[in-house]
Design a protein around this ligand. Structure first.
Ligand SMILES: [Ca+2]
Ligand SMILES: [Ca+2]
Ligand SMILES: [Ca+2]
Length: 329
């Protein structure tokens, strides 16, 4: 008799579980229906995405007949011309950002803004300009003392006034190889944060670096070089104060299928995970952001993104052994 009671008990348990599952299903279906009515979307939307990129490298070119000075690991870089104490010499900043590492290939860049923090100056308002560099350069371990204005002895692979990579590879032109016309300019006065752009040329520069990463040597920053006493000091990527480091803010429209994984709702490179489910639920029900790569949010490949059908497809894949999504595109 025992087993009869046990079977009855188990049946009852199964029945109770089945009822719960059924109610859950009904609840889900109702929720899905409401959502479908409220959010029935047609086709892909291409929404712009903003990314903040820290500098990959920066340095200062200290005007010097011997090319012996640099400041690869210093906390600052310099722009403009020094006073008598500095020998009335020119300073130019170098800075580069790894665009292709942070933005999906095939994206269309919409705007580019560079923010840098000026923290010491001997002059009033000066124009500071960004010019696209046409040759690669290095950042060694040199670290200037005191205010860093005088530079430090260059170390291996540092950029100097004469060298792209100390002490083996020279610039074609002393002081850096760059396009003479500025990609952007701004007026720098007292101690504060300053922004460049977005300008059409900054967008062109960044798009080129995304499409052709081998062209990405960054920009040189030049100040007023015709008169003395114009130097400005800026926080470098190696500055102890993280919030003062250079930041490049780029807005872009990703390609519809940027990673190649249908079902990668959050764009982290893995598709149909619980993180994707969280992201989709946030997007659909909690005002969260849309998926960065629109076509990848169309997990069931029906031409509509982030719908209730995509949600059920995703739940099926994760929890019910459902079929894997189609490839993307
Ligand atoms: Ca540096
Ligand atoms: Ca993912
Ligand atoms: Ca879909």
């Amino acid at each position: 008799m025992d087993h009869v009671f046990r079977d009855f008990y188990l049946d009852k348990q199964n029945f109770s579980m089945m009822t719960k599952a059924l109610f859950f299903k009904l609840k889900l279906t109702f929720l899905l229906l409401l959502t479908f009515l409220a959010f029935s979307s047609t086709g892909y939307t291409s929404e712009s995405v903003e990314v903040q990129i820290g500098a990959a490298k920066d340095n200062t070119l200290y005007e010097s007949a011997t090319g012996s000075l640099s400041n690869g690991s210093g906390e600052h870089f310099f722009v403009g011309q020094t006073a008598a104490g500095g020998g009335f010499k020119i300073r130019r900043g170098l800075i580069a950002f790894n665009i292709a590492e942070k933005i999906p290939a095939g994206s269309s860049i919409q705007s580019v803004v560079l923010t840098i923090s000026m923290n010491k100056t001997i002059s009033g308002n000066q124009t500071v300009s960004l010019h696209k560099l046409v040759a690669d350069w290095g950042e060694g371990t040199s670290e200037a003392a005191f205010g860093e204005g005088m530079g430090a002895p260059a170390t291996t692979n540092d950029a100097t006034w004469l060298h792209r990579f100390y002490d083996s590879i020279l610039w074609t032109t002393a002081g850096g190889d760059y396009i003479p016309s500025a990609s952007a300019s701004t007026t720098v006065g007292g101690i504060a944060s300053y922004t460049f752009g977005s300008s059409p040329q900054l967008v062109v520069d960044a798009q080129d670096w995304l499409d052709n990463p081998g062209n990405n040597f960054g920009w040189v920053l030049t100040g007023s070089e015709d008169t003395t006493l114009t130097a400005k000091r800026f926080a470098s990527k190696d500055n102890v104060n993280e919030t003062s480091r250079p930041i490049l803010s780029v807005t872009y429209i990703p390609p519809p299928c940027c990673i190649g994984l249908r079902g990668d709702f959050d764009g982290d490179g893995n598709n149909a995970t619980t993180l994707d489910l969280d992201y989709l639920v946030d997007d659909m029900f909690r005002g969260g952001p849309a998926s960065p790569c629109p076509e990848e949010a169309d997990i069931n490949n029906d031409g509509r993104i982030s719908t209730i059908l995509d949600l059920t497809f995703l739940i099926d894949v994760i929890y019910r052994g459902g079929a894997a999504p189609d490839s993307c595109p």
